[in-house]
Design a protein around this ligand. Structure first.
Ligand code: CTP
Ligand code: ZN
Length: 160
């Protein structure tokens, strides 16, 4: 941890630190995780701090919460360089980088209104192939539409 960050927020005891989030996306990460603040979880949000790798970055620290695979996959779509740190008794017991899945199923809606995955009578889940990682680009396997990172952010921010 660098000294500057220490000025903003202290270490957590147990929980998850999501680090190296692109600057300005911390609230989207919380949104994706379904955290509004009303759950009573203790959350620290650090926005627009210096990062050695990214220029500026955001950090989200959530006391008492551990992420599941779906959480991590969703985060990877809007923060492809994020690091997830699992904290137990103040120690980082696990650290890993998110990795956007090669196939994204059911999380994002196809932007093409006539796509078969959008027909409510068809039991077809939206399904995308990862065609680029940074920035993220997904391609619908049914109609070939490309969905960009900005659209993904918009969808994941407005869905809940
Ligand atoms: N952290 C925390 N509470 C802890 C331990 C770590 O909030 N009890 C946070 C640190 O502030 C940092 C992140 O978790 O934002 C990762 O911690 P650490 O691995 O110690 O920091 P770095 O070595 O700087 O991480 P990296 O190399 O991934 O940038
Ligand atoms: Zn489609």
């Amino acid at each position: 941890m660098n000294a500057r960050e220490g000025l903003y927020v202290r270490k957590i005891k147990n929980g998850t630190v999501i680090d190296h989030i692109p600057a300005g996306r911390a609230l989207t990460v919380l949104r994706i995780l379904g955290i509004s603040g009303k759950e009573g979880l203790r959350v620290a949000i650090v926005m627009n701090v210096e990062s050695s790798r990214l220029g500026l970055k955001d950090i989200v620290k959530i006391e008492g919460k551990y992420l599941n695979e779906e959480d991590v996959n969703k985060i990877s779509l809007i923060a492809p360089l994020a690091t997830v740190n699992v904290i137990k008794d103040y120690e980082v017991v696990k650290k890993f980088k998110v990795k956007p899945p090669k196939i994204v199923e059911g999380i994002i809606r196809c932007p093409n209104p006539t796509c078969i995955s959008r027909k409510s009578r068809e039991p077809i889940k939206p399904k995308f192939r990862l065609v680029s990682t940074n920035p993220i680009k997904l391609q619908c396997i049914y109609c070939g539409s490309i969905i960009s990172e900005n659209e993904i952010v918009e969808q994941l921010t407005s869905l809940r």
